[in-house]
Design a protein around this ligand. Structure first.
Ligand code: TXA
Ligand code: MG
Length: 324
């Protein structure tokens, strides 16, 4: 594994070309996006895509997102619906993933056996340059071992997958910190499959207040297989707390880490206090990983208001605690 430091705003093109060559040749490259780091491979090469599943220990029925750098690329791999095209034009590049019907060039491995494919154009100069130079759509899940908190810096990628990737392109910390919002635009109704870095209010506002639908539980698992599995779990338990609740419901033995927006006082071994929901989202995964290493026996994490990125933040907190 080679770790290559790259300036996000003024990336040196040499190492990106080298990494792009590895992608074209079917090898794995971890790269930064505005949400989390991705574990990338040539999205049109089934053998390369299988390496992603093997490296992560990911169930093969959990489909991958194809990352693109321009609109023509989207049309080559998916049937672009009218509403999907409008949304794409308005927002891409963005922390937003759109699900369309897939064209036949998309390997079944990428689709996890479904007939649809998820597309995203990341708002990150290094990611865009890598896709552009590769000349292929890049299949990339978050670059963590399956089930672990997503990586928002290069060290977290190396801790989880260092021996499994050819290159780690290191452009520092990710700006948003939670994964993209996933919406299905392949049918008449628009479904929210995963809340994420792009607030749903912004999309609903663009759609003139048309609300995104949410699948009933059994359909949810079918249409968004990723939601079926345990996610984001650190090696120590996570308990959830809401402002106003008594801490006496928790057993205060041992060393307890706290993360949240409200400062809960002095009972804690270590505390991480954020000054906004956006900063909490940016820091959630790094904080879970920090507490894991800190010697704490468990984590108490504050749930927040489900506005803006708060919806995605609570989703990740619920999943990391095993409540979803
Ligand atoms: O921000 C992100 O989306 C990051 C960066 C690297 O782009 N990627 C990411 O990938 O979070 P991953 O594999 O960890 O999550 C992809 C999500 C999963 O919940 C998966 O089930 C869903 O997208 N997905 C992918 N293809 C789909 C499809 N065809 N239909 C429905 N859901 C799909
Ligand atoms: Mg993931």
């Amino acid at each position: 594994m080679t770790r290559i430091k790259i300036d996000k705003w003024n990336p040196d093109i040499k190492p990106i070309e080298e990494a792009a060559k590895a992608i074209r040749e079917g090898r794995l490259v971890a790269f930064p996006t505005e949400t989390v780091y991705g574990l990338g491979a040539n999205g049109l090469d089934p053998n390369a895509v299988r390496k992603i599943f093997a490296a992560k220990g990911r169930p093969s029925d959990n489909p991958l997102i194809l990352h693109i750098s321009n609109f023509e690329q989207a049309e080559k791999i998916a049937y672009i619906s009218e509403i999907g095209f409008k949304i794409m034009k308005e927002f891409f590049p963005a922390p937003l993933t759109l699900v369309f019907d897939a064209k036949s060039c998309v390997p079944s491995e990428v689709r996890g056996g479904l007939t649809t494919v998820a597309l995203r154009m990341p708002a990150h100069p290094v990611a865009l340059a890598l896709i552009e130079k590769s000349g292929v759509p890049i299949a990339a899940p978050s670059a963590n071992r399956s089930g672990r908190p997503s990586p928002t810096d290069a060290q977290a990628v190396i801790d989880d997958l260092g021996d499994k990737v050819e290159f780690v392109l290191d452009a520092g910390e990710c700006e948003i910190g939670v994964e993209s919002t996933v919406i299905d635009v392949s049918r008449d109704e628009i479904y929210l499959l995963r809340p994420g870095g792009m607030p749903v209010e912004i999309i609903e506002n663009f759609l003139k207040n048309r609300l995104l639908k949410i699948h009933a539980d059994e359909n949810k698992k079918k249409s968004s297989p990723g939601t079926r599995y345990r996610h984001y779990a650190p090696e120590i338990p996570v308990h959830l707390w809401r402002a106003g609740e008594k801490f006496s419901k928790f057993n205060f033995e041992g060393k307890i880490g706290y993360m949240g927006i409200n400062d809960p006082g002095s009972k804690f071994y270590k505390k991480i206090i954020f000054d906004s929901v956006e900063n909490y989202a940016r820091g959630i995964f790094a904080s879970l990983r920090f507490f894991e290493r800190s010697g704490a026996g468990c984590i108490i994490a504050e749930l927040c208001d489900e506005k803006g990125v708060g919806l995605a933040l609570n989703d990740r907190l619920l999943r990391s605690s095993g409540c979803l």
